[in-house]
Design a protein around this ligand. Structure first.
Ligand SMILES: *[C@@H]1O[C@H](CO)[C@@H](O)[C@H](O)[C@H]1NC(C)=O
Ligand SMILES: *[C@@H]1O[C@H](CO)[C@@H](O)[C@H](O)[C@H]1NC(C)=O
Ligand SMILES: *[C@@H]1O[C@H](CO)[C@@H](O)[C@H](O)[C@H]1NC(C)=O
Ligand SMILES: *[C@@H]1O[C@H](CO)[C@@H](O)[C@H](O)[C@H]1NC(C)=O
Ligand SMILES: *[C@@H]1O[C@H](CO)[C@@H](O)[C@H](O)[C@H]1NC(C)=O
Ligand SMILES: *[C@@H]1O[C@H](CO)[C@@H](O)[C@H](O)[C@H]1NC(C)=O
Ligand SMILES: *[C@@H]1O[C@H](CO)[C@@H](O)[C@H](O)[C@H]1NC(C)=O
Ligand SMILES: *[C@@H]1O[C@H](CO)[C@@H](O)[C@H](O)[C@H]1NC(C)=O
Ligand SMILES: *[C@@H]1O[C@H](CO)[C@@H](O)[C@H](O)[C@H]1NC(C)=O
Length: 887
């Protein structure tokens, strides 16, 4: 869909904001809305529509008004008729109606050819429909707009001929119509001239290569104004586009072939089109080369978006001289060097140069013209070490992003007088205190000052704050300032990793939109205030490492959208509330570690359908381990609710340059948590959503390990250590084949190590020490690979890797055999522990790295190939062992 269409549609929706959905339906079914005289529509037109409906699934009932017994098809949903007579259907608009083409019968019926007065046919994304013989289209000689996005024309070899014979067609949208699969049987005879009247042409997402420019030629004429070729595989544009003297807008986003910028600009400027050309968008494509002086020819250019390409070299100084240019987005390229002083001449309102290895912006003190500038984004360019003072000259600046720009300085006091809507100074080395900002920031501001060295108290802030990130600084003092943010717009608040102290004030009534509350790693204390129950949109509550105490307030159960709750490393006490399991049903992570909770583990926790991470370690819990933990389906079954640990929030309103409409943009917050992993505390971030772990360690739990736990087939980490557990290790523990880390040390477990444990081929960390276990350690590629200390403090255990021999074992028989067997390098390596040690060492070294740095797909791809490798090694091992024992 073209942006203009989108905007018009949005405006339309805006106008309708106050009308109800019902009214909207009536309007869209608009026969009456247009003041049409309600005569009966023509039978053959009505039949054609019914024929079409018969080929569709209509799960939402969008076409429920299309009934054979209803004579007047002009009253049907999506149908408009001639406003004079009401007999003829003139508009058919069924886009986005939720219709699903029946994959078998979903052809557009040739009966559509009976809709002879049709001016507009809009059937975008009507499921998997297709057109096989497009001849019926040629009867629609009044057609002005044809939008059939998502309908396959792969078999419609004659479509171009038919389209070219529609004399009035001005608006043609064929996005996603599989045009690359069409056999084009045309001679070149008619390709030399074009009498097409098309003004708007969209051919997005058709997998087209540049050979399509042959057949596109006759569709283009000097009437063409908008051309959208996005999401194809085009490697440039033909010169003839440069000769289209009305061309205003070209979208070339998301093309996957490499194109050189100078060649592209050359072709586009070869004729007359550069005189009219206003809007060029080439985002997320494969453009290389430099932004050359060619650009100066485009004197009408208003909007230029070349973001996310591989454009390199320096930016042509001519760019800044284009007199009408309002928006320049060159972000995410490889542009280098310094920027020409000519930038001071630019009249742009919006400049985005972020994520380029640019070396400095030569702004000087006598910049007059740039005061037009409203938004500038220089993220990850190099501006420092001094704070860029020229910014203060930009009197109309409302949006500034100079994050990660190597600034190591203080902020000049005058800077804070600017009326920012969005201010991002994060990831620099900026120090100093911040003045009272309550009256000097703009409208609904979003502020990110994280990862700097700001100190002193947090200043007064405006009441209309949208998001605030002050994390990883040296702020001190209390957080009473929160009570001044009263306009209820705050969605995001991160004050973590500072030196804040004092209590969380009981004034949270206003934060009805708050999604993320992160106060971790401070020195806050006292009880959680009851008004926390007003945070009904809260998804993340992270209070890790503070001094909060007392029982959890009952009102917290109001926060039913919580999915990440980390209250670890505090002094909370009381029972683990039963309402957590009854009310906070969205939780995927429940982390209460290192507190003073007492009582038993409430059974209600087992009812949390999405729980993946349960950590109640280091508390004073007693009683037995609930066997119902096997009810945690998210841990028992494969799959993830993805990504549960990523929380998008609206961080600012940007101006949509074309029409100056504001639109919200989103950022995301990614959960992180300290988890005990293979004997160490580690911070999990991006991959937290992949973790499935249960940690009940360091409590006073008693009784047996319930055998039901072994049904948690997808568990990756289990820690039951430092409790008072009795009885045997469940025989079927080996069913938890994915376990990477298992710690049941320091209990009073007895009996043997179950043979099934030899199936746990991924185990990278095992600790069963300090129990009363006895008997032989089962042989497997894994169990012998651990250090003897993993088994220490069990006087009855014997066999490798312990030096204690089991009763009746001959002295190192197997080892000596192996030693004699020449050519069995592999086996010796295995048995002595080399290979298995490698397996383990590999997991300790890389497993965690992997979990921290790779995405889910990469991880599981790896997991699979690793598993194959291990199986292969095991098979070799067993075969050789058999051979040796026969010797
Ligand atoms: C009109 O519809 C009739 C059937 O109702 C069909 O036979 C005829 O081919 C259609 N005419 C056109 C031009 O498609
Ligand atoms: C089209 O142009 C080609 C060469 O440019 C020429 O060979 C062909 O005859 C032309 N066709 C017509 C119909 O003019
Ligand atoms: C796109 O075209 C290429 C050949 O040009 C073909 O190999 C590929 O399968 C096509 N992809 C789709 C999604 O049609
Ligand atoms: C980019 O183009 C490909 C086809 O070439 C399409 O599958 C994909 O959805 C497009 N991406 C976007 C963001 O439009
Ligand atoms: C830009 O990149 C191309 C290849 O991608 C390379 O040949 C060229 O030298 C680079 N130009 C500059 C100025 O770095
Ligand atoms: C800055 O904004 C003010 C108020 O909107 C306006 O009057 C002034 O012309 C603007 N300055 C420039 C240079 O655009
Ligand atoms: C729960 O939220 C509602 C508003 O949705 C509020 O009226 C009520 O007082 C809250 N309950 C508690 C216990 O905070
Ligand atoms: C666990 O699941 C079983 C069977 O689905 C059910 O009978 C039992 O009530 C559940 N226990 C809890 C505590 O939810
Ligand atoms: C653990 O529980 C037992 C009895 O239930 C009690 O005697 C013992 O003091 C408790 N230990 C701790 C550390 O709370």
């Amino acid at each position: 869909m073209h942006p203009c269409v989108f905007i018009v549609f949005s405006l339309f929706l805006l106008c309708l904001q106050n009308t109800t959905a019902n009214q909207l339906v009536t309007l869209r079914g608009g026969g009456d809305a247009n003041g049409v005289i309600r005569n009966k529509c023509l039978d053959k037109e009505r039949d054609a529509l019914l024929q079409f409906k018969a080929n569709l699934h209509d799960p939402d009932g969008s076409l429920s008004t299309w009934r054979p017994e209803e004579d007047d098809c002009c009253a049907w949903e999506g149908v408009w008729c001639d406003s004079q007579t009401g007999h003829h259907v003139t508009d058919l608009y069924l886009s986005d109606a939720g219709l699903v083409g029946n994959s078998f019968y979903g052809t557009i019926p040739p009966e559509f050819g009976n809709l002879t007065k049709l001016q507009r046919l809009s059937l975008q994304d009507v499921g998997r429909c297709r057109v096989e013989n497009p001849q019926w289209l040629s009867s629609l000689s009044h057609l002005k707009e044809l939008e059939v996005d998502g309908i396959s024309l792969a078999k419609a070899n004659q479509w171009l001929n038919v389209i070219l014979n529609l004399p009035k067609l001005s608006d043609l949208s064929l996005d996603g119509c599989e045009l690359s699969q069409v056999m084009y049987p045309y001679s070149s005879s008619f390709l030399n001239s074009s009498s097409s009247s098309i003004e708007f042409l969209s051919l997005r997402n058709n997998n087209l290569t540049s050979s399509m420019y042959h057949w596109m030629f006759p569709l283009t004429s000097n009437k063409l104004r908008f051309l959208d070729l996005s999401s194809n595989m085009l490697d440039g544009i033909p010169k003839y586009l440069g000769n289209l003297c009305s061309l205003e807008s070209l979208s070339f986003d998301n093309n996957s072939a490499v194109v050189k910028v100078p060649d592209f600009l050359n072709n586009l400027s070869s004729g007359c089109s550069f005189l009219t050309f206003q809007d060029l968008s080439i985002r997320r494509s494969q453009f290389t080369g430099s932004l050359s002086d060619e650009i100066q020819k485009f004197s009408s250019l208003k909007y230029l978006d070349l973001s996310d390409n591989q454009i390199n070299g320096t930016i042509s100084e001519k760019l800044w001289e284009l007199p009408l240019l309002k928006k320049i987005d060159l972000s995410q390229n490889h542009l280098s060097g310094t920027i020409s002083k000519n930038i001071e001449k630019s009249k742009a309102l919006y400049i985005n140069l972020s994520k380029n290895p640019l070396q400095g912006v030569p702004f000087t003190d006598h910049m007059s013209n740039l005061s037009y500038l409203k938004q500038i984004d220089l993220r990850s360019c190099k501006l420092g070490p001094h704070f860029p003072r020229w910014i203060q000259k930009l009197e109309n600046l409302t949006r500034l992003d100079i994050s990660n720009t190597s600034i190591s300085d203080t902020v000049p006091p005058e800077f804070w007088k600017t009326q920012f809507d969005y201010l991002n100074l994060s990831s620099n080395n900026i120090s100093g205190k911040i003045p009272d900002l309550s009256s000097i920031l703009g409208n609904i501001p979003a502020i990110d000052l994280s990862s700097n060295n700001f100190d002193g108290p947090i200043p007064h802030l405006p009441p209309r704050l949208a998001s605030l990130n002050l994390s990883r600084n040296k702020f001190s003092g209390g957080i009473l300032f929160l009570c001044q943010i009263v306009d209820g717009l705050l969605e995001f608040l991160d004050l973590s990793h500072n030196f804040l102290s004092g209590q969380l004030p009981d004034c949270l009534w206003h934060f009805k939109e708050l999604k993320v509350l992160n106060l971790g790693h401070n020195s806050l204390f006292g009880r959680l205030p009851p008004s926390i129950g007003f945070l009904i949109e809260l998804e993340v509550l992270y209070l890790y490492q503070n001094n909060f105490s007392g029982q959890l307030p009952l009102s917290l159960k109001n926060c039913t959208k919580l999915n990440f709750l980390d209250l670890g490393a505090n002094k909370f006490s009381g029972n683990v509330p039963t309402w957590i399991g009854e009310n906070l049903l969205g939780l995927y992570a429940l982390i209460l570690r290192s507190n003073n909770f007492f009582g038993t583990i409430p059974l209600q926790v087992c009812q949390l359908p999405n729980l993946q991470i349960l950590d109640v370690s280091r508390n004073n819990l007693h009683g037995s381990i609930p066997s119902c933990l096997s009810n945690l389906t998210r841990i028992a079954q494969e799959g993830f609710l993805l990504p549960p640990n990523v929380h998008p929030y609206t961080c600012r309103f940007e101006t949509f340059a074309l029409f100056n409409l504001p639109y919200p943009t989103e950022e995301e917050y990614v959960d992180h948590a300290m988890i005990e992993w293979q004997g160490d505390e580690r911070e999990f971030t991006r991959n937290l959503g992949l973790l499935k772990s249960i940690d009940l360690s360091s409590n006073n739990l008693t009784g047996k390990i319930p055998h039901e736990l072994t049904n948690l087939h997808e568990l990756l980490a289990l820690n039951l250590s430092k409790n008072a557990l009795l009885g045997e290790i469940p025989q079927k523990i080996g069913q938890m084949k994915k376990l990477l880390t298992l710690d049941i040390s320091r209990n009073s477990l007895s009996g043997g190590i179950p043979p099934s444990m030899s199936q746990m081929t991924f185990l990278g960390y095992l600790n069963v020490s300090s129990n009363n276990l006895s008997g032989r350690i089962p042989s497997s590629t894994q169990l012998q690979s651990f250090q003897p200390s993993s088994y220490d403090g069990n006087s009855g255990l014997c066999g490798p890797p312990l030096s204690r021999k089991c009763l009746g074992d001959e002295e190192s028989q197997v080892l000596s055999v192996v030693g004699k067997s020449e050519g069995d390098e592999d086996l010796r390596w295995f048995y002595i522990g080399g290979a298995t040690g490698f397996v383990t060492g590999f997991w300790i070294a890389c497993g965690t790295l992997l979990l921290n740095h790779f995405g889910r797909r990469a991880f599981f791809h790896f997991y699979d190939s690793f598993r194959n490798w291990v199986y292969q090694k095991v098979v070799v091992f067993i075969t050789k062992l058999r051979r040796i024992s026969r010797m």
